[in-house]
Design a protein around this ligand. Sequence first.
Ligand SMILES: O=C(O)CCC(=O)C(=O)O
Ligand SMILES: [Fe+2]
Length: 213
Amino acid sequence: MKTLDLPERPEPRPDCGLLACALDELARPGRGAVSLPWLAPGRLERLRRAAARLPFRRARARVGEAERTVFQDFEITLDVPQDGLLRRFADELEADLAAALGRLERPPLAPPTLNDIAVQRYPAGSRGISPHRDHLRYRSLVVLLTLSGRARLFVCDDRAGSGAEEVSIAPGRLLLMRAPGFAGSDERPFHFLDGVSAPRYGIGLRHDRTKAP
Ligand SMILES: O=C(O)CCC(=O)C(=O)O
Ligand SMILES: [Fe+2]
């Protein structure tokens, strides 16, 4: 007897109203990052499986000199197939950001092209990443999607981690962080990640001004 595989039930699109609200909230003075629920478990698990197949390498344990040293304890890959699920997610997110920005009276940025995708993997017990600012070449908005795991992300005032405020990176959530050019400011918030108690997969989506759009 033949069995019939039903096509996957289409999942509802994420709510662009929520994304517009989050972008508006991020534009408030003093706000470095915000997070919002974004993907349902089914889609998330498919993305996590696609991420797990990528060729990771260990990140350098320390970058920068002397008091500017940043400690990193994760694996990373930038080798994301152009025709795969992760790139498709980035394309959809570009469209969702454009739609959300279109709803705002005073959009804090032009719709970004997410031309830089990094996938990171942290084992349980990892030390995470110490306080740092993302590179200057990343413009307007940094987006982190958490695919799985348990960890804490904080936005803080300096390299010592003073004034740390936690922003949720529970699986399925999208974290939005300011980058230079957001709301007419050059602000690059310090942030760090620690407390990895279950293996984390996360995707960082950015606009790198040194690459083709
Ligand atoms: O694990 C993440 O999602 C991002 C950590 C981070 O801040 C970075 O790699 O710049
Ligand atoms: Fe970062």
